[in-house]
Design a protein. Structure first.
Length: 333
């Protein structure tokens, strides 16, 4: 059964979103602003864009309810966040696409460890809760399929993806250890590939890549033979699941995504249909440690998150994303 979108206001008086200028962070801010909540966003724009903040400032009620700080969340928070309200902090700041986290490797490791500790410190100081954006990359190139939360992963500590995968894994350990040692109740969600409006058009992730290539009437680039699989979640489904998790008192990892699995060639075909079915496909070498299969086991999410389930089919999500991309053409970062 499809879950109704979460429409209740948060039980938390203040929502803080790190990475507010990015794709998921801006959608989280929008989710709470549309419910009349007080939201503070922070971003250093290392991979995000001020355009997402401008968009948020234009939402109803944002003039009074939204504040934004341009800052590095690895620096001490006291200098920019002055509030004694109990915060629900979404720690979503981090480069997320392979080309960008590989370019910003040290920054990626710092924001998922030092930055996360700063976020949890702030939450603890004011009686709040922090929810960390972890990832399906903690499963690496999985030997178990689909991936349940109990699977411990198959991850390379020394490769081009390690700065991201291992930083997220250590971030999970930081959350777990703080809860264990200090009796706090921070949480984390393991997010699988998500797509939608406000993704950075040049960040190299496959859905936005294909759509940008399609709009430019360029061939679609498939890495390897295209038989590797991914599952793609539309952003509204993901944000609905994250909000349900955040409002609960869960501290254990929960997978969030869409469990319909596609090969990259099937995704390319869905995109070709949007552009009249005549775009050629070119193949390039598969990057090192690229996972062969990826699909979340969503049993736990469905059980624990009040009947939550992804609802938006890939064809519909791609159409919505293309509409957005066309409306921003020429103004993309
Ligand atoms: N989108 C996905 O499919 C996906 C999947 C798994 C996990 N995640 C996680 O979700 C989070 C958000 O991902 P996204 O897709 O929105 O990426 P994104 O790159 O669009 O957004 C990340 C934002 O964090 C900001 N940022 C990075 N380092 C910062 C720092 N030190 N201080 C302040 N701001 C900083 C960037 O400028 C950017 O605006 C990330 O933690 C990512 O690892 C995303």
């Amino acid at each position: 059964m499809a879950a109704k979108p979460e429409t209740k206001p948060s039980q938390w008086p203040l929502i803080v979103v790190t990475g507010a200028g990015g794709f998921l962070g801006s959608h989280l801010c929008e989710h709470y602003l549309r419910r009349g909540q007080k939201v503070v966003g922070v971003d250093n724009f290392s991979t995000g864009t001020p355009k997402n903040i401008e968009y948020l400032r234009g939402l109803p009620g944002a003039t009074t309810n939204f504040s934004f700080f341009e800052a590095d969340v690895c620096a001490p928070w006291i200098q920019w966040l002055q509030s004694s309200d109990r915060p629900l902090i979404f720690h979503f700041a981090s480069p997320a696409s392979p080309p960008l986290y590989q370019k910003l490797a040290f920054e990626t490791m710092a924001v998922n460890t030092t930055g996360l500790e700063r976020a949890m410190d702030w939450a603890d100081r004011f009686g709040g809760r922090c929810v960390f954006a972890s990832t399906s990359e903690t499963y690496g190139d999985p030997l178990v399929h689909p991936q349940p939360e109990s699977y411990r992963g198959n991850v390379n500590t020394m490769g081009p993806r390690s700065c991201y995968d291992e930083a997220k894994r250590f971030g999970e350990t930081l959350v777990y250890t703080r809860n264990w040692k200090r009796g706090t109740a921070h949480g984390l969600v393991r997010i699988f590939n998500t797509y939608g409006p406000r993704m950075n058009p040049s960040d190299g992730r496959v859905v936005i890549n294909f759509l940008v290539q399609g709009l430019g009437r360029e061939p679609l680039t498939v890495y390897g033979d295209g038989t590797q699989t991914r599952s793609f979640c539309f952003v509204s489904d993901l944000v609905n699941g994250i909000a349900r998790y955040a409002e609960s008192d869960l501290t254990e990892p929960v997978n969030l995504g869409n469990d319909r699995e596609f090969t990259i060639l099937e995704l390319a075909q869905e995109v070709r249909i949007l552009f009249g079915n005549d775009l050629p496909i070119v193949h390039r070498a598969l990057p090192a440690d690229d996972p062969v299969k990826r699909r979340p086991d969503l049993k736990k999410a469905r059980e624990l998150l009040a009947g939550w389930s992804p609802t938006v089919p890939l064809s519909e999500g791609l159409r919505l994303m293309l509409e957005w991309l066309k409306s921003t053409e020429g103004s993309a970062k």
